[in-house]
Design a protein around this ligand. Sequence first.
Ligand code: C2E
Ligand code: MG
Ligand code: MG
Length: 805
Amino acid sequence: MTKLSTRLSQFRSSSPLSFRLLAYILLFSSLFTLAASAIQIYSDFRRDVSLVDERMSVIETSYSSSLSRSLWALDQKLLQVQMEGILSLPDIVHLRLKIFPDSEVIMGNIPRQTSTKTRTFPLNYRGDEVYELGTLTITASLEDIFRDLRRKIIVILTVQFFKTFFISVLIILIFQHFVARHLSTMASYARRFSLQNLEEPLSLDRPDTPANRRDELSQVTEAFNQMRERLNDDVRQQKDDASEIQKLSMAIEQSPSSVLICDRHWHIEFANHKFFQLTGFNSEEIKGKHPGMLTSDSFSQRENQQLWQNIRLQVQRVGVWQGEINSARRSGERFWEQVIVTPIKDSKGSPTHFLILGEDISIRKRYEQQLLRQANYDVLTGLPNRMLALDRLKLALAQARREETLVGVMFLDLDNFKHINDTMGHEAGDNLLIEASRRISSCLRGTSTVARLGGDEFLVILPGLKDPLSTEQVAERILQTFTPPFQLGPQEVFVSTSIGIAIYPTDSDNSSSLLQNADAAMYQAKRQGKSAFVRYAPKMKDVSHERLQIESRLRRALELDEFELHFQPIVETDSGRLIGAEALIRWNNPSMGMVMPDKFIPLAEETGLIIPIGEWVIGEACAAAWEWKQATSLSLSIAVNVSPRQFRDPGFVDIVKQALDTHSLSPDCLELEITEHLILDNTIETADILQQLDAMGVRLSVDDFGTGYSALSYLKSYPFDTLKIDKSFIRDIMIEEGDAALVKAIINMAHSLSLEVIAEGVEESDQSLFLKEHHCDYSQGYFYNRPVSNADFLEWIRVNHLEQH
Ligand code: C2E
Ligand code: MG
Ligand code: MG
């Protein structure tokens, strides 16, 4: 019994639906069975009872006349037999025969505790008349019927119970097999179901038949799997969306522009890393604040309020605001930002947030300002530059035209500036320019303009003059301010200026020719011996015109092959043996004749023409050296002068290399003469180029030694081989003791630095003897030979040197 109950409870917990189904089937089928059985039993019972009634009626009909007759006849025996016959009939248990008037015969017993049925019928004799003889009361017992009823109930109930039970169990098993176990599978699948195992479909353990495929379980399974697929798609979509969002958020976070996102009330919700980096704020300090109210500076807050009001209105109206904002960092430091403000709209198009993109443009701004300054002002002196000066001149002329006044224009050029710049270095040159501009400015009134046109050229504009002489007075004052020496580092230098003056409207009525005229007058001042001012006169135009003409001729000289090289021998002082020659350029112009280098080299330097000219010289000199070797089989070196500008040209080393290669000349046959000025320019490039040339094997010499301010330490640190004593020292060695002593000292010093010495400008034998005595290695000068053309030089070698070798 207990086993059954545990099984039942197991069944109940493992398949509650089946259990309930079983319970209900049992309950309802039992109820129906009971009701049906009850009806059946009742109807049987009714039928049995009516059978008893029927039987009694039969007795009445069949026995009433015979009994009446027996009673009429008073046949007691027959009556007895008849009554016994009736009593033997089924269910009849008692007979009571009342014989009128007062006797009675009773047969049988009425059983106790048993339902009975009685029926009384009259016994009448029908003769001519009807005689009431008595009545017979028959009692039938219903016991048999009830026993039958009980038995029937037991049998029917038992049979119905087992039938119902077994059918229910069968139904449950069928239900369990076809439905419940699949429901359990679905339940456990649903229980296990998660985003992690979306790939696993729901499948039921049953054959795949068409009937199965159509039923509800299949529909549920399919619905499940469709749901899983949809979920799978959704998850995939969500993943894609998430990675997209992640990407976008990383892009915003790592954006090189600062990004702020505000809510619709302009409260900051998000700021990216760049914003914090740019402004120095941290997240807590700005969250929820208005982007224009981040600093506590009340002035900027007021300013910002107006600005952000405008921004808000424009974003509302136009949809975007773009502009430059002078923002403040946390530290209070201001910086320029290029800002774009746009709304972020929802799907309905109404703004939910605002996006503020910012880019630090401080550098650009500074650069712009610088450019603006550079475009109008000279960087070194801070004075207006040529452009601004011309503008101001035009303004001054326009004003003078209206007011009928005069305008004085002064063109200033510092004397010897180039020399100081070359010898003392650019820094000293710069300082000199700054000081000069200060001195010029100090001589002027407020309305006047002083501008730097470039190099050492200045322009002074004196507007609104009544008298032309006042310009000259200013010029005089300027010349005077140049009288005291300029302090350049430890050194004092005297620098003067030459001034050319042109007056509007006397000398010209337009700005450009006024400037040209002032320039021409300035050249005239230079010619007059510098430190002077000269008022423009019409004939001066020709002079400046000439300079321009030379320049344009020089530009074409290379093309027209007007240059030639002359060669001056260099000999060993002791023996007079020829060791090489210096190449010296000449310009043979058809209209100007033979032009010496002093006349055009500075111009070539100024205009940059020295670069192609220098290249030509090196090539030509190497070609000559090669020719000498062929013609004389002497291995002669060739010295070539290199100007500073040429030396700093980036292609210079390659030019030298190429010239040597083209003419198969050994590098040690080439000596590059570099003026002392260059050495003073202590830049890394200078050192580097000298090292490169030295590494190639080319010899390097210091030209015009003694004329610059060269610090001797340079001789030690640069790879020079030779030192050329300037001819100005040699000229007077026999007359000036000082010069003689200096030359001796130079020779000793050079030797102590392992440098060889060449004396330039040796014109007399005494000088040669002096140099010999003091062990000067080599000599060069008219005493040996003047610079001559290549053909003459070869001839000279043949005559003077070939027989010696
Ligand atoms: P430098 O290199 O010092 O050349 C020597 C100058 O002294 C030459 O003048 C030469 O004719 C002159 N000279 C030679 N011996 C005597 C003498 O005994 N007495 C006198 N009084 N002078 C003598 P030149 O040819 O007029 O050259 C002048 C300067 O022009 C040269 O000075 C050199 O610095 C430059 N130069 C010449 N040719 C070139 C060239 O091809 N390239 C560059 N960059 N400069 C050159
Ligand atoms: Mg030279
Ligand atoms: Mg020289």
